[in-house]
Design a binder for this molecule. Structure first.
Ligand code: GRG
Length: 335
């Protein structure tokens, strides 16, 4: 269902934000960890402590330095600061922290990840892609700035992301920073967002899309960036290659669970709660996990992926508490 001109105008004026980590009732986030780590961890409190610094770093990351760049920077900031759950930056900081790394070390990578994610949302919403006019509770970038500027804003966010992480990461071995930049690049290319999106477009009009094809699409469109988010945090925090591999295994599974949950929410949640058009998958006859597996089996699959993800972090004990709680949040979320 598309936004009418009237509701679009109302959305524009009120600019309702999809609350980043909407303040759900506390018990929903106060996660009880596995018996191995019996500590009660308050995810809500944790997320709130990260949200302020992340929002500030994002806001400061784009700055128009002359009148000529005012429009492009405004368009970039419009989407970057439109709300959003900030999951990728948070898992990056949490992974860094798991290895005793400070937020300061991982913040430039966290910002870069959100820039890349925002770019992918701007491009995904374009008329030639998903053609949507609502994102994060606000009119999409091309609705406000036009398709031409929206494309360029996405491009600018993408190139700035690499510059941002390379220029601003301090106190970390440059080899580790280079590793992060390479991983970020890989996550956007044919083996990441772009490849996943092309396969998704190819499958749109296709009958009989298989579970394997669907999983390939979402591994590349969704899970890869989350995997790089966790791996980057771990690398910047000083993890060994074996520890990074364990983090990647965790993140691949939460990334896939994230998409299964997204498909479930598209069927079960409202446009208002989602901040984007609900029921879009069914309207466009898209192959989704609920369509292939049914709703209950999709919920079971999401839970199975999360449990498998959490098992990968057992070796880190209590230090993994934030990532374990975020894993649960990914399937329990309401938007
Ligand atoms: C231009 C090189 C290039 C690549 C872009 C358009 C595209 C290729 C890829 C689409 C990627 C995409 C939109 C995947 C969906 C991922 C997803 C589940 C998004 C929703 O993430 P949330 O729920 O959103 O974290 P918020 O708004 O909370 O940040």
């Amino acid at each position: 269902m598309k936004l009418s001109a009237l509701s679009l105008a109302a959305a524009l004026m009120a600019a309702p934000q999809v609350a980043a980590f909407a303040p759900a009732a506390k018990p929903a986030f106060a996660t009880s960890l596995s018996s191995a780590t019996a500590t009660e961890f308050d995810l809500n409190e944790y997320l709130l402590s990260k949200k302020g610094p992340i929002e500030k770093a994002l806001e400061e990351s784009v700055d128009s330095n002359c009148p000529e760049t005012k429009k492009i920077c405004e368009s970039m900031l419009y989407s970057l600061m439109a709300g959003g759950k900030r999951i990728r930056p948070v898992v990056c900081l949490a992974a860094c922290e798991m290895f005793d790394g400070s937020d300061e070390k991982a913040m430039p990578a966290a910002v870069a990840l959100e820039m890349i994610h925002t770019m992918s949302l701007i491009h995904d919403d374009l008329p030639s892609m998903d053609n949507d006019d609502l994102r994060r509770g606000k009119p999409t970038n091309h609705v406000i700035y036009g398709e031409d500027v929206a494309i360029l804003s996405g491009d600018a966010l993408l190139s700035e992301s690499f510059k941002h992480v390379a220029l601003n990461t301090k106190g970390v071995d440059p080899q580790r920073v280079l590793d992060v930049v390479v991983r970020l690049g890989r996550s956007v290319g044919p083996n990441g967002l772009a490849g996943g999106q092309v396969m998704d477009l190819e499958c749109e009009a296709k009958e009989g899309v298989t579970l394997e094809e669907l999983t390939w699409i979402h591994t590349h469109k969704t899970a890869t960036l989350l995997q790089v988010a966790v791996a980057s945090g771990a690398i910047l925090g000083g993890a060994t290659p074996e520890e990074v591999a364990a983090c990647e295994k965790f993140a691949l599974n939460i990334g896939l669970a994230f998409q299964v949950a997204d498909d479930i929410l598209d069927v079960t949640a409202s446009t208002e709660d989602l901040g984007k058009t609900a029921g879009k998958d069914e309207d466009t006859d898209k192959t989704t996990y609920p369509k292939l597996l049914g709703l209950q089996e999709s919920k079971d699959e999401a839970r199975r992926l999360i449990d498998e993800a959490k098992a990968s972090l057992e070796q880190f004990g209590d230090r993994a508490a934030p990532l374990l709680a975020i894993a649960d949040y990914i399937v329990d979320r309401k938007n």
